[in-house]
Design a binder for this molecule. Structure first.
Ligand SMILES: *Cc1c(COP(=O)(O)O)cnc(C)c1O
Length: 417
């Protein structure tokens, strides 16, 4: 559920007409709904309220500091995957003891930065990373709190690029090597074992892969206990899907109902790392129709947002619902909605049945709050879009539209050329 709804024939973000926002802030424009963001965060908090838990928002899905600050104010932590994300999280007010850090390629600089800031834990993805962390923590005369990311070899049944929990993937430590790796971790002087982590993929539409993976992880937790290795944090990762077209993914409460019974009589703090399921349907991308073009085989709606603004259709062949900002009674056509970028892969929708639009009219690309702006780029030297948040009848800019000068920031024309 979200708060982008039509009133009469016009699309609103909460109580503000989308058209008004575009008039003020220009196009293309990312718009987020405060009420939806909070509702989705609270859905997790409520679902797991009967047990100790922390919701560490996976900020790679949306790393705007206003969004992070909103979550931090409401008890959320952060799941970071780089030093840059850690910097953003800290600057946005996320308490360091609610930050978990995953990723297969953490650098020495990044590890030092996180140790200095005393984060909750590192989710370590290989033996060599573990040894490196021990070495660095030793040099800093501290201990690194860690979980091992365990790869449970479960098929998340999602798009190949966002499935992460099988043997063939680069992520985590194969579950059959879990005990041996934990024994090593336990023997390293500057490592403190505090948790266990798994994350099997994204846009999961069924609860069963979660449950299967958790059952496997719990067997390992018991084996560890038999070996005097005790786990405090059970990090279940993220990955719950959202409705882009007609998927019916489980809600956090459905997931909790299946998971919590498995955790009875265990003194574990649950860590959750949702990204998409919190922000995905809390944001839209609004774009203006520049030109209509009738090809020999189909029609093209050429719009002012491209793959640099929203990469998911090009990268994953992802579906995003597209609807007019002002509804009309015109007939429908089959069209490709394409951007201005010089790539055939630059499309937002292909072969889509859409109401006819006129040049200058606005379209809303729905479910664009996750992996939308955060994946955007300056490809084709296009300044990145502005971002706005709406709260009831109030609204505020949370990221200025980039300027041409921003495009050149950091570039140097040296003497030697
Ligand atoms: C990407 C990622 C998440 C978030 O995934 P969503 O599908 O957006 O919920 C959580 N944890 C890790 C380790 C990730 O890489």
């Amino acid at each position: 559920m979200n708060f982008f709804q039509y009133k009469k024939n016009e699309l609103y973000a909460e109580d503000v007409p989308v058209k008004k926002l575009v008039e003020e802030f220009g196009s293309p424009l990312y718009i987020y709904s405060h009420k939806t963001l909070l509702r989705h965060l609270n859905a997790y908090k409520d679902a797991f309220s009967s047990t100790k838990h922390v919701v560490c928002f996976a900020m790679k899905s949306n790393s705007n500091s206003a969004v992070l600050n909103l979550f931090a104010k409401n008890g959320g932590g952060a799941d970071v995957v780089s030093g840059g994300e850690l910097f953003r999280a800290l600057k946005s007010g996320v308490p360091s003891e609610k930050i978990v850090y995953a990723g297969v390629g953490k650098t020495e600089e990044e590890i030092r930065y996180a140790l200095k800031n005393k984060i909750m834990m590192f989710n370590v993805e290989s033996e060599n990373e573990l040894r490196e962390m021990d070495r660095i923590a030793g040099l800093m005369k501290t201990k690194a709190p860690i979980a091992l990311r365990i790869n449970p070899d479960v098929d998340a049944k999602t798009h190949a690029y966002i499935s992460t929990g099988m043997k063939k993937h680069k992520f985590g430590i194969p579950i059959e090597n879990g005990l041996e790796h934990y024994k090593l971790a336990n023997s390293l002087r500057n490592i403190e074992v505090v948790g266990i982590h798994k994350h099997i993929g994204s846009q999961l539409t069924k609860a069963s892969p979660f449950v299967d993976a958790l059952k496997k992880i719990l067997v390992l937790v018991d084996t560890l206990k038999d070996n005097n290795i005790f786990i405090k944090y059970l990090d279940l990762g993220g990955g719950l899907g959202i409705t882009y077209s007609n998927e019916t993914p489980p809600e956090p409460a459905d997931l909790a109902k299946k998971i919590l019974p498995l955790l009875k009589r265990r003194d574990l703090t649950i860590v959750l790392e949702p990204g998409r399921s919190i922000v995905g349907n809390s944001g839209i991308l609004v774009t203006k129709t520049l030109y209509l073009k009738k090809g020999e085989k189909k029609e093209f709606f050429i719009v002012d947002a491209g793959m640099n603004d929203l990469m998911r259709p090009s990268l994953y062949d992802a579906y995003h619902h597209i609807q007019p900002v002002v509804k009309n009674r015109r007939e429908s056509v089959i069209a490709d909605v394409v951007g201005p970028i010089c790539e055939s892969g630059d499309f937002l929708a292909r072969g889509r049945k859409l109401q006819k639009v006129k040049q200058g009219e606005l379209l809303a690309v729905m479910s664009a709050g996750a992996y939308g702006f955060s994946m955007s780029s300056n490809y084709n030297s296009r300044p990145r879009a502005a971002e706005v948040i709406v709260k009831g009848s109030k609204y505020a800019l949370i990221r200025k539209r980039e300027t041409y000068n921003d495009l050149l920031r950091g570039e140097i024309i040296p003497e030697i050329i």
